[in-house]
Ligand binder design. Structure first.
Ligand code: ZN
Ligand code: ZN
Length: 335
């Protein structure tokens, strides 16, 4: 295959600004890296947090995007896990040091020296990208297309959040019914759990979408569900949902905050936490999460709902996501 010298990409030059459609040099795979022709790249709320400056110190200029599906077109030195022609998924976690105290405790998601795709490494809003083969995932052939892209973050982070709710739970609350929740509900229903979906007030469309996917109840985030929840996950970046969720979670239950950024959490009476309720965050992913989830997803099978945009429409996709106009997940597809 003859590779071009330049490629089209959507580039962030300065936080607070829109992305620019530009031609940039084709990246070259270093040792342990593969060059990937991107097929599709999901658009995640984290991308908005990076654009808006809520996450500081990105690599600049930056090609965002960390839900990448692509085909390996060439390899750097010492590549042994994947080969040219393989379809792979590239997630948010792009590198860990293997030496810090977190890595040594099998908590590589907390690595002090981690690098993240589409944040401190270039990502997938481009025709090509490079990735360290040790952090890529092999994909079931059913996901080697745009429908697979949301699995790489919404799916993986959703899965980690799902695990953090604990064992022996049956009533689950999902606050913010976007890309991650629409995947988590499929896992939950598959395991015979009851899902209660909470959306923005008046967002009847999304409530219908949740019901279609198997939610036993769907309503606004300020409403009370018909029964107490055993656990809840908050995917929306709104801190006021923390006391709202605690209010609906039963004794001993967990409220998992799944986003990388959230507005401040308002103060609330201690009795909402009393009764051994737990609030916790989920940060990043481990490769083990990815392997487990990508094995589970085709068995369910998880089907993603996607809204497709061309690469040049990345800014529109991001704005649609910001306004809550995406049902399921937004995905960029490459020419
Ligand atoms: Zn480390
Ligand atoms: Zn993400």
């Amino acid at each position: 295959m003859i590779l071009p010298d330049i490629m089209n990409a959507m580039v962030l030059e300065k936080q607070g600004e829109a992305l620019y459609y530009k031609q940039v040099p084709l990246p070259y795979p270093q040792s342990k890296q593969v060059l990937v022709k991107v097929v599709a790249c999901g658009v995640c709320r984290t991308d908005l947090h990076i654009l808006d400056g809520e996450l500081s110190n990105p690599k600049l200029p930056l090609i965002p995007g960390h839900e990448i599906i692509g085909r390996v077109v060439s390899t750097g030195d010492d590549v042994s896990l994947v080969k040219t022609g393989d379809f792979i998924g590239i997630p948010w976690l792009g590198y860990t040091c293997g030496k810090c105290k977190y890595c040594l405790q099998n908590k590589e998601n907390l690595c002090e020296n981690a690098l993240f795709t589409g944040y401190t490494l270039n990502g997938g809003y481009a025709e090509y990208t490079v990735a360290d083969e040790r952090y890529c995932f092999g994909l079931s052939s059913v996901y080697a297309n745009a429908a697979g892209a949301p699995l790489l973050c919404a799916g993986l982070i959703g899965y980690r959040c799902y695990k953090m709710m604990g064992e022996n739970i049956s009533n689950i609350g999902l606050y913010g019914f976007g890309a991650a929740a629409h995947i988590v509900i499929q896992m939950a229903v598959f395991q015979n759990k009851k899902v209660f979906a909470f959306t923005r007030e008046g967002d009847v469309e999304t409530q219908k979408f949740a019901t279609k996917l198997g939610a036993v109840w769907a309503g606004a985030s300020n409403e009370a569900p018909p029964c107490m929840l055993d656990a809840a996950i908050i995917f929306a970046p709104a801190g006021n949902l923390v006391p709202a969720a605690l209010r609906n979670v039963d004794k001993g239950g967990v409220v998992v905050c799944g986003g990388i950024h959230m507005s401040d959490i308002p103060s609330f009476p201690y009795n909402l936490l009393w009764g051994e309720r737990i609030i916790r965050s989920v940060a990043n992913l481990t490769r083990k999460d990815g392997e487990e989830f990508l094995k589970l997803a085709p068995a369910i099978p998880v089907k993603t709902e996607t809204q497709l945009f061309n690469l040049q429409q990345a800014n529109e996709a991001l704005e649609a996501l910001r306004k809550g106009h995406i049902q399921g997940a937004a995905v960029l597809i490459m020419p």
